[in-house]
Design a protein around this ligand. Structure first.
Ligand code: G
Ligand code: G
Ligand code: MN
Ligand code: NA
Length: 252
């Protein structure tokens, strides 16, 4: 309960920051996108991980306002990078609760409008577990996607009915969950699931982003499997916005 109380008003008290983690093209290591990741510093509880406070904010409903704030921050930041000659896509996590808000599509398109970010530079990440009332979520995602925003399924493969949703959801990108990347060990068994996801994506003409890449061997295996993009500590941890320009500078 203490955490929930501390969360109340945290947005107004300016206790949140957004970090950005590079997403690279695996073949060249060029940074092509960044994922916006929320951080909370509570005067009372110190640094609290999103894994702890996001479920609390989901239950209280605070995630709706917080999520909108992250979205606007990320869009504004992407506009600033573009003005500095750095053309990056920014990806933003949208929680199950946000997906059920009737205003979601309007809020996302409003953020683009207010910040001036082209829709093509925004990706919205949703998880399979967010599909509570399917029709509602699918309608919102369709509207957002029709405007040119791309949709990614986060933690792909960990949901309980991944394959069913794939044919119904408007989707552009599959993010291969880090648990499958961790299994890559050079054996056929170790790569089985990542390989299956990449094949599926190829057939459906979707882009894959492999998450949680920590070792060179994993990056090599993923390239061999045909995954175009990757993200993980091997390339960079989540960093403050002002570190992104140096990371995005041409590596060639
Ligand atoms: O950044 P970290 O790996 O600690 O994130 C832990 C979890 O919190 C991840 O599942 C991530 O998707 C989620 N998360 C991080 N930032 C946001 C955000 O802005 N909104 C939502 N809904 N989830 C986020
Ligand atoms: O659920 P989601 O994929 O949005 O979670 C993103 C989280 O994953 C971020 O909080 C980030 O800190 C974490 N993360 C990013 N790269 C790595 C990695 O290489 N290894 C591990 N263990 N976590 C990572
Ligand atoms: Mn994510
Ligand atoms: Na993920």
């Amino acid at each position: 309960a203490a955490l929930a109380e501390a969360l109340e008003g945290a947005l107004q008290r300016d206790e949140f920051t957004v970090l950005y983690q590079p997403i690279v093209e695996l073949a060249t290591r060029r940074v092509v996108a960044v994922e916006a990741l929320l951080r909370w510093h509570s005067p009372l509880h110190g640094d609290v991980s999103p894994g702890r406070f996001i479920p609390v904010a989901e239950r209280s409903g605070d995630i709706v306002a917080i999520g909108q704030w992250v979205l606007e921050q990320a869009c504004r930041q992407a506009v600033a990078w573009r003005a500095a000659g750095i053309d990056l896509t920014v990806t933003v996590n949208v929680s199950p609760r946000q997906l059920q808000e009737p205003s979601l599509a309007r809020d996302v398109l409003g953020a683009l409008d207010r910040t001036g970010l082209p829709a093509i530079n925004l990706v919205v990440e949703v998880t399979e577990s967010a599909m509570v009332n399917e029709a509602v979520e699918i309608a919102a995602l369709r509207t957002i996607r029709a405007a040119g925003v791309r949709i990614a399924i986060d933690d792909f493969g960990t949901g309980y009915s991944s394959l069913q949703y794939l044919t119904r959801l408007p989707v552009d990108i599959l993010k291969i969950d880090r648990s499958f990347v961790a299994q890559l060990d050079g054996t056929a068994e170790g790569s089985a699931i990542a390989e299956a996801i990449v094949r599926l994506a190829q057939i459906l003409r979707l882009t894959t982003v492999a998450e949680g890449i920590e070792e060179e061997m994993q990056a090599r295996e993923l390239i061999n499997l045909g995954s175009q993009r990757g993200q993980g500590f091997l390339f960079s941890r989540p960093v403050p916005a002002d570190r992104i320009p140096e990371l995005a500078a041409d590596v060639t």
